[in-house]
Write a protein that binds this ligand. Structure first.
Ligand code: MSP
Length: 501
């Protein structure tokens, strides 16, 4: 049996409600997971929540709740959100679960026994917001620390450190020898540049209880809890270990945002090496969304609420927009006009109208019965299917959508060229009308199969309207010729109702 394809997302801090950025990342991972299943692979898709640390502790305090109660209440919202996005995740990790905490403690005990840690005293600056220590190097030219660090305090404290010095060179060599390890390549180059031009400082892996108690206690010193990033990164391995029969590790893809590359491409590989585990195959880094050209921020009210958008426009329209608008890598910009325009032109007019016209014509000209097979569009459909298959294997989701819409456009053009509504008026053209209708109906069927990972609801509706059983969830079904002569189609209904905007 081949190993399961194991894909993860970053686990989100539970200090508020999910927003566009969180939704985007989870949809990327879900589409890749579905695409791999469609290719016939067995998949395990993990997402979840990062519940420890100062950010969460402070958010709980602000609501006068104990941190566990606070996390439990919010975790329910985030799990409902995963459902709302129709994520096909196989597990949902919460870092406060015993299965995770026990694994983190066992890992810490093992690394400590192997001599990877030492205790030392530190005097310096600390950003609570980013939960990170700062040095003189982090100061701006004017002597201040960047506003993104929030309040920076000076402190002196003992902590445990993870020795990183011995790891720097093999990591550089590894990244150079494995060009796909960090994708896109410009993120890889950034990591290499960083590793080649800086000496890695040892990583502080503890926080004193006196300052932070919302964390996993160090197994070898009860005066300390585990640094939240050490705790959080381990989730990918702790949950793999929780399903020992599935042989999940190493992960195939960690999907993450551009702000947390250093944790995933520097600290995590070093932690794994020390743990004696193989490295993940790929760290896939997406960009950040803005709205109307400005940072998404609750305090300024510049936000996109995914739930509001989904309730108004439908889930598939939301999934489509974020993946069609933005390739995995660069930053993107959400505008309500851009969203409405893609909905109207690409979903309602091009895809929705195509299906509706084809099914309505089959109903009125052929009583809803599929005519004999004809292969005029077979090569176009095969091209789109081959491209989609190859692009799925590369996680090139935007390009796959472009290829699929190439087939949508071809089919719409075919309607214009062949003018079936004219053919229908001339009994001498009955044979030609049969050919045209078969090509169009079969193209719609193939489209459902190609679209399934992106727009599962829509793809399922297309199948149902074509009168087909089951769901179009296997790419092999995109092979031309699936519709059989004499098959009775179902009832046409608009896929994307037109909006008055
Ligand atoms: N808890 C850490 C991750 C630990 S992973 C072991 C964390 N959480 S987060 O909630 O701040 O961010 C979760 C993910 O959402 C990150 O990958 C981050 O890049 C992504 N995004 C947060 N805001 C975003 C946008 N505006 N746009 C796109 N993605 C964004 O970091």
């Amino acid at each position: 049996m081949s190993k399961r394809f194991y894909i993860t997302t970053a686990i989100d801090y539970v200090n508020g409600q999910p927003h566009l950025g969180h939704a985007y990342e989870k949809i990327i991972a879900d589409v890749i997971a579905r695409a791999r299943r469609s290719l016939g692979q067995e998949v395990f898709f993990l997402t979840g929540l990062d519940e420890h640390g100062q950010k969460v502790q402070q958010a709980a305090q602000a609501e006068k709740k104990n941190p566990q109660e606070y996390c439990d209440a919010l975790a329910a919202d985030w799990q409902a959100f995963a459902k709302k996005l129709e994520l096909t995740n196989d597990d949902f990790v919460r870092t406060t679960q015993p299965r995770h905490k026990e694994f983190v403690q066992a890992t810490l005990a093992k690394l400590n026994a192997a001599g990877h840690f030492y205790k030392a005293s530190y005097t310096g600056f600390y950003s609570t917001k980013e939960e990170t220590f700062l040095t003189e190097k982090d100061r701006l030219p004017d002597g201040k620390f960047d506003a993104s660090y929030g309040e920076v305090v000076e402190l002196k404290e003992d902590n445990y450190y993870f020795k990183l010095g011995a790891h720097q060179q093999w990591l550089i060599d590894y990244i150079e020898a494995n060009p796909d390890f960090i994708s896109p390549s410009y993120r890889r180059n950034e990591v290499l540049g960083f590793l080649k031009n800086n000496t890695l400082e040892d990583l502080c892996i503890s926080r004193p209880l006196a300052r932070l108690n919302w964390g996993i206690p160090l197994p070898f010193d009860p005066e300390f809890v585990t640094y939240v990033w050490f705790d959080a990164l381990v989730n990918y391995a702790s949950i793999a270990a929780a399903h020992p029969m599935l042989g999940l590790w190493p992960a195939d893809i960690h999907v993450i945002g551009k702000d947390i590359v250093k944790f995933h491409a520097v600290y995590w590989p070093i932690m794994l090496k020390a743990m004696g585990l193989p490295l993940p195959k790929q760290i896939l880094v997406h960009g950040w969304w803005q709205k109307d050209g400005a940072k998404i921020s609750k305090s300024t009210g510049n936000v996109v609420d995914p739930i509001t958008v989904i309730n108004e426009w439908g889930l598939d329209a939301f999934r489509f927009y974020v993946l069609r608008e933005l390739d995995i890598g660069p930053d993107g910009n959400w505008t309500d006009e851009g969203f409405a325009s893609r909905y109207d032109s690409e979903l309602a007019k091009k895809l929705g109208n195509l299906l509706n016209r084809v099914l309505s014509m089959l109903k009125s000209y052929r009583k809803g019965i599929v005519p004999a097979r004809h292969d005029e569009l077979a090569a176009d459909a095969a091209k789109a299917a081959d491209e989609t298959r190859a692009l799925f294997k590369q996680s090139q989701l935007q390009s796959a959508l472009q290829s699929i819409w190439g087939l949508v456009n071809r089919a719409n053009k075919f309607v214009d060229e062949t003018a079936p509504f004219k053919l229908a008026k001339d009994p001498a053209q009955a044979q030609r009308l049969d050919e045209v209708l078969y090509n169009l109906a079969e193209t719609c069927r193939v489209l459902a199969v190609l679209l399934w990972p992106f727009l599962p609801g829509t793809a399922t509706k297309i199948y149902a309207q074509l009168g087909l059983q089951g769901s179009p969830d296997k790419l092999d079904a995109a092979t031309w010729g699936g519709l059989q002569v004499g098959h009775a189609i179902g009832e046409p209904a608009p896929l994307f109702p037109r909006k008055d905007v």
